[in-house]
Design a protein. Structure first.
Length: 496
């Protein structure tokens, strides 16, 4: 039997060893999900809501144990993890409300129109059906909100789809405990055990077997560009390709205009430093690039220079906690080294910092360097940020264009309806799923209007979101019923 370790993120010591999921067990979990699908597909919104609320209750009832486990495995701290557990329970209950309110069963009714085509047509209804069992790949940096009972699982269950979760090796004990709680809630409601499955491994074979299994109808992933791209290729290369919804890498640029920095520089530097180091920089929305425009007006360069100095000072006072694991720390160091090789200037860098808890990194490059060297545009996961100095607005726009795709773009100071404001907004909207005009991008609200996804490489499907109410839409597909019998239309969108 292959055994895998759960590690203490602060010390590297082994907390426990667990049995890795065998190929036969992966197949069994997928087969069980497929067996559970007909019942769950035809379930009512009230049934789905009952399960989702029971899952939220189970998390909250075991809060102390879960937070303790997650803190040992991730070093994210009790305050952060309690907040994340709250968010996870909130998401489950929000999708319960959506299911109970009939969102997955919404029908577009198009009554018969008399006469010849094209004006005349038969009676039609547009329904939405659950896709089927979903393979969900948990994130390293969110042991609750993007893990076993995270937003992807909540959305899929609300849509009528069973879920098989590939746990992340950074929090194996936490994932197993959450799965045990979920299994108990499913059993208490006398629902099929196959509604939720869990696989665990150290490498990639079980995850690949999962996405390849013929029972799986869709994939959902949060993680690296490399890992997401590999799984997306597997999903597309199947004999019957399936949709794959991956949230991947993002450098989340902030464009700061000099008049905003001159007026609020001290406060903005503090907020940005806290955002860069939040969770040791291990957020998909961590701001990785700061774009400054030096020749925008008289005094712009002086304002920008002053802000960079303020930011370096504020960052130097931050003390990030250890990273999730040694591999992530090594990747951070390697990414910073590549910045240096590409000619970036190090403004703040302490390579001799404690092995697991890095010090913040602040680098600087010209816009020309940033545009010419692709390595400067790659995400460096951790408490690191690149200042990019553009000479004029046109060059700043080229910087945004070179980024290609990002979960977020933040525009500080684009408050007037003028040519510059319109150009920046258009450029930001062209590459990002969410555009902010104040604050920092870390923190993704679970709301009806949220869009957490963007053009490649930030996601594989820029038309979808992995956070917010619309996340449910990923796991439904439209079907048109033409001249349907009354018994069928009476079901009001609930699948047979």
């Amino acid at each position: 039997m292959n055994m895998i370790p759960s590690l203490d993120a602060r010390t590297g010591h082994v907390l426990a060893t667990l049995a890795a999921t065998s190929p036969a067990e992966v197949d069994s979990a997928c087969d069980a999900a497929l067996s559970a699908f007909p019942l769950w597909r035809a379930s009512s919104g009230a049934q789905r809501a009952s399960l989702l609320r029971a899952l939220a209750d189970a998390l909250e009832a075991d809060r102390e144990s879960l937070v303790g486990l997650a803190d040992a495995e991730t070093a994210l701290g009790g305050a952060r993890l309690n907040g994340e557990l709250d968010r996870t329970a909130f998401q489950l209950r929000r999708f319960a409300d959506l299911a109970e309110g009939g969102v997955p069963y919404a029908v577009i009714d198009d009554p018969q129109a008399p006469g010849a085509p094209p004006a005349g047509h038969p009676a039609m209804q547009r329904w939405r059906l659950p896709l089927g069992p979903v393979a969900m790949y948990a994130a390293s940096n969110f042991p609750f909100a993007f893990s076993v009972l995270g937003g992807d699982t909540a959305a899929a269950l609300a849509a009528g789809c069973p879920v098989v979760v590939k746990a992340h090796p950074s929090h194996l004990l936490t994932s197993r405990r959450v799965f045990e709680l979920a299994s108990q809630a499913i059993a208490a409601l006398e629902l099929p055990t196959g509604l939720l499955g869990l696989i665990q491994e150290q490498g990639h074979e079980a995850g690949l077997r999962l996405i390849r299994h013929p029972a799986i109808a869709a994939g959902a992933f949060t993680g690296s560009v490399r890992g997401g791209a590999a799984l997306a290729a597997e999903a597309a290369g199947r004999a019957r390709p399936i949709p794959f919804y991956g949230e991947l890498g993002s450098i989340n640029p902030i464009v700061a205009l000099p008049w905003k920095l001159a007026a609020e520089g001290q406060a903005l530097a503090g907020a940005l430093a806290a955002s860069i180091t939040m969770g040791c920089g291990q957020f998909c929305t961590s701001p990785g690039v700061l774009v400054l425009i030096d020749e925008l007006r008289t005094g712009a360069k002086a304002s920008n220079d002053a802000f960079v100095a303020q930011l370096a000072l504020a960052l130097g006072e931050q003390r990030p906690h250890p990273m999730l694991n040694d591999a992530m720390r090594q990747a951070l160091d390697a990414g910073v080294a590549r910045w240096q090789e590409a000619g970036a200037q190090m403004l703040l860098h302490d390579p001799a910092a404690e092995p697991r808890a890095p010090r913040p990194v602040l680098a600087q490059a010209t816009a020309t360097q940033f545009i010419e060297h692709g390595i400067l545009r790659e995400e460096v996961f951790g408490p690191a940020c690149m200042v990019v100095r553009a000479s004029d607005p046109a060059q700043a726009l080229r910087v945004l264009e070179a980024i290609g795709g990002s979960l977020t773009v933040t525009l500080w100071g684009a408050d007037e309806d003028d040519d510059l404001g319109r150009q920046l907004v258009a450029a930001a909207m062209a590459i990002a799923g969410r555009v902010l005009f104040s604050g920092v991008p870390t923190g993704v609200a679970v709301t009806r209007a949220q869009q957490h996804g963007g053009p490649w490489p930030s996601s594989t499907r820029p038309e979808s979101t992995s956070v917010g109410d619309a996340a449910l839409e990923r796991f439904l597909r439209p079907v048109c019923l033409q001249d349907a019998p009354r018994w069928l239309t009476a079901r009001a969108g609930r699948p047979v």
